[in-house]
Write a protein that binds this ligand. Sequence first.
Ligand code: HAM
Length: 426
Amino acid sequence: MSESPKSYKAPTGMPDILPEDMPAWLRLENAVRRLFPLYGYREIRTPLCEETQLFSRSVGEATDIVEKQMYTFSGGENEKSLTLRPEMTASVVRALIEHQLFKQKTMQKFFYIGPMFRKERPQKGRFRQFYQLGIEAFGSQDPLIDAETVMLFQHLLMDLGLSRFGIRLNSIGCMTCRGSYRDTLKQAMQSRLKTFCPDCKRRYERNPFRVLDCKVETCVQARVDLPRITDHLCAACRDHFDSVRKALDQNSVPYQVDPFLVRGLDYYTRTVYEVTSDLLGSQDSLGGGGRYDALVRELDGPDMGAVGFAAGMERLIMVMQQQEGSSVQSGSASDFYIVTIGAEQRPEAFRMLAELRRAGLSGDLDYEGRSVKAQMREGTRSGARFAVILGSDEVSRKVVKVKNMIDGVEVEVARDKMVETIKERR
Ligand code: HAM
């Protein structure tokens, strides 16, 4: 029995990125590829999935990501369970350890661009497949590296022409000071537990720090006078935090200390930060990151300091488009469109097309047997800068006509000067 016709749609929360959208994406990717190497970061690409355990061990069993957002599937008979990566930090750490990259040199800096997957409820700015750009720096506990990552984030935003953003900064301490703060926090919460939302009541046992950045209004009210981690840091963590702040101050980076900032992933130690924009609506986080000095060791690598951030690319593009209005071009212009008067000129036109493209010029010709008028129309529609027009007379005299599609001025040039003319005038 044949199935009834069905129109397929992209999976929920996994949008297509259409050619019209690409100029903004490429602008962002090019900015990353140009800027990040200036700070010593090298690109890394890892598989879209990893062993499930890698994420549960690093991101944390009691996080929303591991508890309910992972796309997990069988790796095959007698193979380990696999999960589509919800983030890249764990994968980069895995690659660092697997390939012993830390043996090449102790300080290693990586950047990445790629899709991540989280089974979230889709809404504006929140997807199930989304792209992140990010960095991870390994091999130093120096607070200057923390500051450098924040400054690189800021540099990227400035390069993209973005100004409507804010940086929130906090220190969540190390394993030692966090342990005693955890007890202090739980004690303070205990007497007012009923005022917290059901999620926070659950978090109280397994992950009380998450209560600090719950968005539910009653929880926001209930936590105002809860003890703050910044008042419970050990001396070494306090010094570290002071040094990060000093470096940012000395470099005129504006930020706000937010003692309630905790992150949704468990691997952080000491510095954490988030960059937000009021142009985004409720999902206002452009990106976030921080230090994670214990993770490499926990995943059976050496003891080494680490810090990094990731930014959501759809969100960056939303802000770019809002700030710039229509100036992010949709659809790219090309250099030329070849118009032939008759079919006999097509072999010569095809040779010209190859020659123009080999010279680094972009353009096309008609493959649909259209009239001269329709070819000219197509040239205009494609956004070509010049029409290169070829009839039998031009072929016999070894010339072409080059028409400027903006001012309409047409010149005749020798066939062997065609590339040069277009390059000079475009
Ligand atoms: P994260 O805060 O989970 O951190 O994600 C970073 C950014 O990815 C968010 O601020 C947001 O812009 C974007 N993002 C997250 N989830 C979604 C979603 N469902 N839809 C659209 N955008 C989203 C991390 O992933 C850490 N690995 C960052 C890091 C790197 N920390 C240290 N190194």
